[in-house]
Write a protein of this length. Structure first.
Length: 268
């Protein structure tokens, strides 16, 4: 039985040959013959062995691309997803060309949201919080890699006391996968990516959204905007939560797979 579907095998092969062994796209599609040196054969064998254990290729290579930028990733941080890039592009579309803004990213992980916004929304001031010291260490390295200045702070958003802050944009991709959804997930996620960044209790799937939205009433400036990536199964519930808290101009947006995936709302 194959370890991966044929389409994924082809994508992995292209990724490995271009990123690790520096094949050009032309060489890939013209069937270039290459005699690998022993060290390259050993490197390839190590990658294949790890792939057979369903370790994500991003962790094996130690990096990934997100919104055209390069990010270091390791098992202590969530691997950036294409859906998150759609959320980031939504914010950029809304604010590009406008006055500089203050941005707060809660649950920053690898720092991909905060760093991309800092690069794309010039002269903006970006702060990023996370509960994980390991994630913050990786995020700081990624900020240096991408040549942006960000104020990182270890913060538990579920605590009642959080740092004082005032921001124009509050963005978060918090944990939103319920425990009952574990059975639908692949081994390369379950066995390798940090549970702290993934799961919420079945009986409280909006745990982080409620906490962040409540804090947002104080963190956001008047008419500031809150942006969330959400669980596709709870678009209606997340919308209702924000409305009950008094947020206005709430917009639920689908991702490229036609799933409810992101939401924005204005602080009254």
């Amino acid at each position: 039985m194959p370890y991966y579907p044929a389409e994924e095998v082809a994508a992995l092969a292209k990724w490995i040959l271009t990123d690790v062994f520096h094949f050009s796209v032309t060489e890939l599609y013209t069937g270039k013959d290459t005699n690998f040196q022993q060290k390259d054969r050993d490197s390839l064998q190590d990658i294949l062995t790890r792939l057979k254990k369903y370790e994500p290729i991003q962790y094996i290579l130690g990096e990934c691309r997100f919104c055209g930028l390069s990010f270091q990733v390791a098992p202590g941080v969530l691997i950036p997803r294409p859906e998150t890039a759609e959320l980031v592009n939504w914010i950029i579309s809304d604010f590009n060309g406008k006055r500089p803004v203050r941005i707060l990213d809660i649950g920053t992980g690898s720092g991909c949201i905060a760093i991309t916004l800092a690069r794309r929304l010039k002269a903006s001031t970006v702060t990023a919080w996370d509960i994980s010291a390991a994630a913050l260490q990786t995020a700081r390295k990624n900020a240096e890699r991408n040549q942006v200045r960000i104020n990182f702070l270890q913060t538990d958003i579920l605590q009642s006391a959080i740092p004082e802050h005032s921001t124009d944009i509050l963005v978060s991709n918090p944990p939103y996968i319920t425990e009952k959804e574990r059975t639908e997930m692949e081994s390369n996620v379950l066995d390798w990516e940090p549970e702290l960044a993934l799961f919420v209790p079945d009986d409280d799937p909006l745990l982080f959204y409620r906490a962040i939205a409540r804090h947002g009433l104080h963190l956001l400036k008047e008419n500031g905007w809150l942006y969330f990536e959400i669980n596709r199964s709870y678009g209606k519930e997340t919308t209702e939560l924000l409305a009950r808290l008094g947020y206005q101009d709430i917009e639920l947006k689908k991702d490229s797979y036609d799933n409810d995936r992101m939401i924005k709302a204005k602080r009254p």
